[in-house]
Write a protein that binds this ligand. Structure first.
Ligand code: HEM
Length: 452
């Protein structure tokens, strides 16, 4: 790692040449805005909205080396930022929002729960939820893939994370999550924010939404404490988790916060990944037929985590979907000291915007970046590629803890649905918005026909 002296000798990141007014609106468009910013200023570029005391300088990073330099560290120089602070203030201490020093013991306790092997103990519910989708449409018909996939993701997460069928409470959680996400992003992007103690209508609404979700997660933790036979393996695993260095458990309030954040971090993301993958297959009948054949070769029975090694092409399709439409279009960090990023100096106090969408769509890295081509993820192509070039779950010191779980869930769901249904997408575009993570902006229409 570079010394401070090295960093000081590096040039500052070049300033983006676009006019401020245009940059203000591009920064709010958290996915496609990145491409315009990158094309004008390069894959590492600086944006300054005025004096530093009004809003910190932003450095947008979209190059593989830049990713390595920012994400390869979880020390105090690449810290949580205003986004995380806002979520922490609203929803309490959870794995996602804790600053690095407080995060480390929590991560040590939680990591063993989310290993590739262990997620099979609580993550196999997606097949059942996907099968329920298939069963709702025995004769096929016109569907909104977004609505269906949200239902699938909520049903599966409810069972996996909380150990219950959420049923109508799923809608409450989805609504509350949307309120909380939109409020947080909006506040984080404002140059001037009302003080936190001021009870603005938006703040009151968000507090109420978070409280509604907390009722559900608190109730689950209490139920598991009082009933030792309750079937909720993830909640139990959190209760049993210990920091391997100190032996300390996680207290119940923090377990409840973590459950809430798993729902928040896991719902829209898996739902968008699945919706996009189905929509794109609905435009590519050949790739779709290959996924269907791969799943059919396993048989008619419910797919299980043990089947995933037989679903190699399905996984390639999912990777290509995650490249084209990364559910987390970008993440942010605060540089707490000067750091070297891709040959430039990023000064302490800079908001580092890590642009996954810009990285995944860079024509220098991905020929014909808008084209759907699952062969990009064939084992040989993956081996030949820079590992910092494809990061839907991030990488380095503080990646997504739910990665194995999400991969398992989406693979089983995609294979289950495509094995049973032929999909023809009727919308040419997948319109998105980015309240925090990327979600469909409106209905994603498709026609389903049962395969016999
Ligand atoms: C396709 C699905 C998913 C994608 C693309 C995804 C992506 C990401 C990304 C990019 C981050 C980094 C955020 C940041 O640093 O600010 C993250 C963090 C996180 N994700 Fe996921 N995620 C997915 C599913 C899930 C699921 C299913 C869960 C839980 C069951 C989950 C739980 C978390 C948590 C707790 C963090 C914070 C980790 C930490 O700071 O140590 N994610 N995810």
């Amino acid at each position: 790692m570079s010394t401070t002296l090295d960093v000081r000798s590096l040039p500052l990141v070049p300033k983006n040449p676009l006019p401020i007014r245009q940059l203000v609106s591009l920064v709010r468009r958290l996915d496609t805005g990145q491409e315009v910013i990158r094309d004008a200023g390069g894959p590492i570029t600086r944006i300054q909205f005025g004096p530093k005391w009004v809003y910190p300088p932003i450095v947008a990073v979209m190059s593989p080396n830049g990713m390595r330099d920012v994400l390869g560290r979880s020390d105090a120089s690449s810290e949580r930022c205003i986004y995380h602070d806002e979520v922490r203030n609203m929803a309490g201490d959870s794995l996602w929002v804790l600053p690095n020093d407080l995060w480390r013991p929590r991560k040590r306790a939680l990591q063993p729960v989310f290993t590739k092997h262990n997620v099979r103990n609580f993550g196999g519910h997606m097949s059942g939820a996907a099968q329920a989708f298939v069963d709702r449409w025995p004769d096929g018909g016109d569907v909104d893939l977004d609505v269906e996939c949200r239902r699938v993701a909520m049903q599966s997460l409810g069972r996996s994370v909380l150990g219950v069928d959420l049923n109508e409470r799923g809608d409450t959680i989805a609504r509350c999550m949307h309120v909380a996400s939109s409020y947080t992003t909006d506040r984080a992007l404002r140059p001037a924010r009302a003080p936190r103690w001021l009870p603005t209508p938006a703040r009151r609404k968000t507090r109420k939404a978070v409280a509604e979700m907390k009722v559900i997660t608190d109730e689950m933790v209490r139920a598991c404490r009082t009933d030792p036979t309750r079937d909720a393996p993830l909640v139990r695993a959190l209760m049993d988790a210990r920091d391997p260095e100190t032996g300390l458990p996680i207290d119940d309030d923090d377990i409840s916060n973590d459950l809430l954040i798993f729902m928040l971090a896991g719902h829209d993301t898996t739902s968008t990944a699945l919706t996009y993958a189905l929509w794109v297959l609905g435009h590519h009948p050949d790739a779709q037929a290959r996924v269907a054949a791969e799943a059919a070769a396993i048989g008619d029975r419910e797919l299980t985590p043990e089947d995933v090694p037989q679903l190699g092409y399905t996984v390639q399709v999912l990777h290509e979907a995650l490249r084209l439409c990364p559910p987390a279009a970008g993440v942010a960090r605060m540089a707490t000291r000067d750091i070297a990023v891709d040959g430039y100096r990023v000064e302490a106090g800079t908001l580092v915007a890590v642009g996954l969408y810009g990285l995944h769509h860079d024509p220098q890295l991905w020929p014909n970046p808008m084209e759907f081509d699952p062969e990009r993820f064939s084992p040989e192509n993956v081996k030949a590629r820079n590992r910092w070039q494809f990061l839907p779950f991030l990488g380095g010191g503080r990646p997504c803890i739910g990665e194995h779980f999400a991969r398992l869930e989406t693979t089983l769901a995609l294979a289950t649905i495509v094995r049973a249904m032929e999909i023809r997408s009727t919308d040419d575009f997948f319109e998105c918005e980015v309240p925090l993570t990327t979600v469909a902006k409106g209905p994603i229409r498709a026609h389903l026909r049962p395969r016999n």
